[in-house]
Design a protein around this ligand. Structure first.
Ligand SMILES: *Cc1c(COP(=O)(O)O)cnc(C)c1O
Length: 374
């Protein structure tokens, strides 16, 4: 068998140990006589699996007891709609919400929310014009136009396409008007570093970057934010109903939840979130150092304090070499490096499951390629 170093932005590489355990249990999960894909979600085996996944996640992050953990479907994209459907309130108590746009994903969230209600743009850092790099930083406090009455403030704390990460969510939370909960799309960096859930009213993340296979979406929501949805929203979209039913109003994505649970156990064995953060910082530092030492051969336009540890976009000074770079990388067993079409160039995603050795192989390749083509 041959495994490549997979730098895909998502669905992304999974820990080999987890895949081997899945393989070993595929036909017979711990003596059940069938695999997880084949068992009832209401049976005692799966009840154990989902309970263990939630308990391990709570322990890993340190999720306070007054927050619910939901395992939903529909991806982060569904959350773009489900958040405003649930949190804007109803009747006379209905409010607006604020959105900060820092990249392609928060912009999509803001656009989708406008289909539900006229939400506000509290800040956008999109650079326009010919030489613009699009999104390269977070807004300064003086650029924020916050509504003190907003139902919530929505942010994306790691912009997967533009490689912009919020490294100081304490500072972000400090800017919130009193009583306005922070809602965050953490799809591409959740579990990559310690997280103080108390700073947020609601956190969501699609699984296929740092949690497990696609098909399950994690929502962590403070209990007081439940039960605010208008009565006419679809039942499956109502957080309160999903919470009341332990994410099992209907059939949940059982296999994805099972694999996510194994990833949570794997993360505990890596020293938890502090342990994995140390490795993640080391990995990202290697790639940024290679870019910055390349004398302009490679370029990453993101402001130094907002550079993502998970997704590193970079361009070549000579874009005509993009195809050569990607083909040679693939021949060297380094795949998934093509940049998003809106940014161009390359992108290396260094999620938790990408080992340090894979990043070393990438950096060696980048250095060799630059030396050869400089
Ligand atoms: C991938 C991604 C999404 C979209 O996720 P889906 O599960 O495909 O809907 C949304 N937000 C961020 C930050 C992402 O990285």
């Amino acid at each position: 068998m041959h495994r490549v170093w997979n730098f895909s932005a998502g669905p992304a590489t999974l820990p080999t140990e987890v895949l081997l355990q899945v393989q070993a249990e595929l036909l017979d999960w711990q003596g059940a006589g069938c695999g997880v894909m084949e068992m009832s979600h209401r049976g005692k085996e799966f009840t154990r699996i989902i309970a263990a996944a939630e308990a391990d996640l709570r322990e890993l992050i340190g999720i306070p007891a007054d927050y619910k953990v939901l395992f939903l479907q529909g991806g982060a994209t569904q959350q773009f709609a489900q958040v405003p459907m649930n949190l804007l309130g109803r009747g006379a108590a209905r409010k607006s919400a604020d959105y900060i746009v820092t990249g392609a994903w928060s912009k999509k969230a803001w656009k989708e929310a406008q289909r539900i209600a006229p939400v506000r743009l509290a800040a956008s850092v999109e650079a326009r014009g010919e030489a613009a790099d699009g999104f390269t930083r977070l807004p300064r406090p003086d650029e924020l136009d916050l509504d003190a009455q907003a139902a919530y403030l929505h942010v994306c704390t790691n912009e997967t396409i533009h490689g912009v990460e919020c490294h100081d969510d304490a500072a972000l939370a400090a800017q919130l008007p009193a009583g306005v909960p922070l809602v965050a799309d953490m799809s591409s960096h959740i579990l990559s570093r310690p997280l103080d859930v108390r700073r947020y009213g609601l956190i969501y993340a699609g699984a296929q970057k740092n949690i497990g296979p696609s098909g399950v979406t994690l929502v962590i929501v403070r209990e007081d934010l439940l039960g605010r949805a208008p009565a006419d929203i679809p039942t499956v979209m109502d957080y309160q109903v999903m919470a009341d039913n332990g994410s099992m109003l209907n059939t949940p994505p059982t296999f994805a939840i099972y694999v996510a649970g194994l990833v949570f156990q794997w993360l505990k064995r890596q020293g938890g979130l502090a342990g994995i953060q140390a490795v993640n910082r080391q990995k990202a530092a290697l790639v940024y150092a290679a870019i910055d030492a390349s004398q302009g051969f490679y370029r990453n336009p993101v402001a130094a304090d907002c550079r993502s540890c998970m997704n590193i976009p970079f361009t070549l000074a000579r874009p005509e070499l993009d195809g050569v770079f990607l083909a040679a990388a693939e021949a060297a067993g380094l795949v998934g490096l093509k940049g998003h079409k809106s940014v161009g160039g390359m992108r290396a995603s260094l999620y938790n499951a990408m080992p340090l050795d894979g990043v070393r192989a990438l950096v060696d390749f980048m250095n060799d390629f630059a030396a050869k083509h400089a």
